[in-house]
Design a protein around this ligand. Structure first.
Ligand code: GLY
Ligand code: MN
Ligand code: MN
Length: 445
């Protein structure tokens, strides 16, 4: 069987988030809403890929978080009735003719019996039904821009802008429950094993797309899918942060950088590994790899409960800023390399943040990312984030003067970290990153 090694190493898949946990989320949400409120959570829009072919639809993470509902056009509305909160779900009704073309629908009865909701209404009736529900309500919560029809209903009833519910929901999503962590651990394991399979198969002359197909095939084989488009960048392509053409031949003597992760019940993993295509680091590649690994380990070590969010970027940046001087790549003082606000000369070669929250979105909600205008987060048990420093020496870059020895080297190492009382837990630990482990694995099949 394909991917036999992965299947047996993975073990049992954890259960999806259950209805009691979703009901608890709904109640936690209600407890943050003032009286006389209605909160509307729409699904994501569908996107056209070509002519009448649609992109595969991905549910809205807030809708999934609160109800588990994924079908297109679903809208959850949280409102009070006789003093009790109710979750009303607008869904597509059963329609055998339409279902023959586009797939089965649970319909109104199916949604009511199979999902943690209290009432169901046909999506076709939403204009009248929701307008009535909103009439005279003081606080309406709604995210504009996802469902044009719902935006119009809200705008026609409201005299002012609706309130953004994300301020409440993001706080809830930032801390992961035990069952969420189980799903994320499984997503991390699957992505880790998929990377290992790609390393084993890697040979000079293969296409970047071959690596992509091994990894994404492994996701699909295990009833998963990518959580973001996979990046497979060999040689100079590794120095382009969001490269995902993945259409080059992988050359002997080059590195390949693979940034690929998957989703389990919507929860993402996000792993980057960089390794030599022929299985053996050159001296220059090894030198840069060791420096990035040292920075990454320092970043992980900084993931201590109680530390500010910036501690991990501080840790990785200090290692890289000094390392670039030690290697003679930067001819400046440490202060000039690091800069006053992590904006020094080292940023020519490490131009992104050290990490981001991870959850139902790969760049998960809750802030923390560089450039956010939100107050700085304190790392708290239950948070999951990535640590992903890198160094990039694009031979193609006209803006940097770089010794040819380093040109064409791009290295990033990325793991997913759970914050706990007793220190950081690396959820992606099953993906090797030590040089000896990598050299033993690459091309070993
Ligand atoms: N794969 C997206 C990221 O690493 O942030
Ligand atoms: Mn990431
Ligand atoms: Mn990534």
């Amino acid at each position: 069987m394909m991917y036999e090694r992965v299947t047996s190493a993975l073990g049992n898949r954890p259960k999806e988030i259950g209805h009691p946990e979703m009901r608890k989320r709904q109640h936690d949400f209600y407890s943050e809403l003032p009286t006389d409120s209605v909160a509307i959570i729409t699904n994501n829009p569908s996107g056209i890929r070509s002519a009448d072919v649609q992109h595969r639809h991905r549910f809205n993470s807030y809708l999934h978080y609160l109800t588990g509902w994924s079908e297109e056009d679903g809208v959850a509305v949280f409102h009070q009735s006789a003093g009790d909160w109710k979750c009303r779900l607008y869904v597509r009704p059963r329609d055998v003719k339409m279902e023959t073309w586009t797939g089965r629908r649970p319909g109104l009865e199916g949604a009511l019996s199979g999902w943690p909701v209290d009432e169901t209404v046909s999506r076709g009736d939403i204009t009248d039904n929701l307008s009535k529900l909103l009439d005279g309500v003081e606080n309406v919560y709604h995210i504009h821009g996802l469902d044009g029809n719902v935006d119009e209903i809200v705008d026609s009833v409201l005299h002012e802008k609706p309130i953004d519910p994300r301020a409440i929901l993001d706080e809830m999503r930032v801390l992961k429950s035990g069952s969420e962590v189980e799903l994320m651990q499984y997503a991390a394991d699957l992505a880790a094993y998929a990377h290992v399979e790609a390393m084993r198969e890697c040979k000079s002359g293969m296409g970047e797309w071959h690596m992509q197909s091994i990894i994404e095939g492994c996701f699909l084989f295990h009833e998963s899918e990518w959580s973001y488009p996979s990046i497979v960048g060999s040689g100079d392509n590794a120095t382009i942060l969001h490269y995902n053409e993945n259409n080059d031949i992988m050359k002997d003597g080059d590195l390949v950088l693979i940034d690929a992760g998957c989703e389990i019940d919507g929860y993402a993993s996000d792993i980057t590994r960089t390794f030599p295509i022929n299985g053996k680091f050159t001296d220059a590649q090894r030198t840069i790899y060791e420096l990035v690994l040292k920075a990454q380990l320092a970043g992980i070590e900084a993931c201590q409960a109680g530390s500010p969010w910036s501690a991990m970027h501080d840790a990785t940046s200090r290692v890289l800023a000094q390392g670039l001087i030690d290697l003679g790549i930067l001819d400046c003082t440490f202060e000039e390399s690091l800069g006053d606000d992590f904006d020094g000369l080292y940023r020519q070669f490490f131009m992104h943040g050290t990490g981001h929250f991870l959850g139902l979105d790969v760049h998960d909600v809750g802030g923390g990312r560089q450039g956010d205008d939100k107050p700085e987060r304190v790392l708290t048990p239950g948070m999951v984030l990535t640590i992903e420093p890198g160094l990039y020496f694009g031979a193609w870059r006209e803006d940097i003067d770089i010794n040819p020895k380093w040109a064409g080297i791009g290295v990033r190492i990325e793991d997913d970290i759970l914050i706990t009382e007793s220190g950081p837990v690396v959820l992606t630990a099953k993906c090797p990153k030590e040089i000896t482990e990598i050299e033993a694995l690459v091309g070993s099949n």
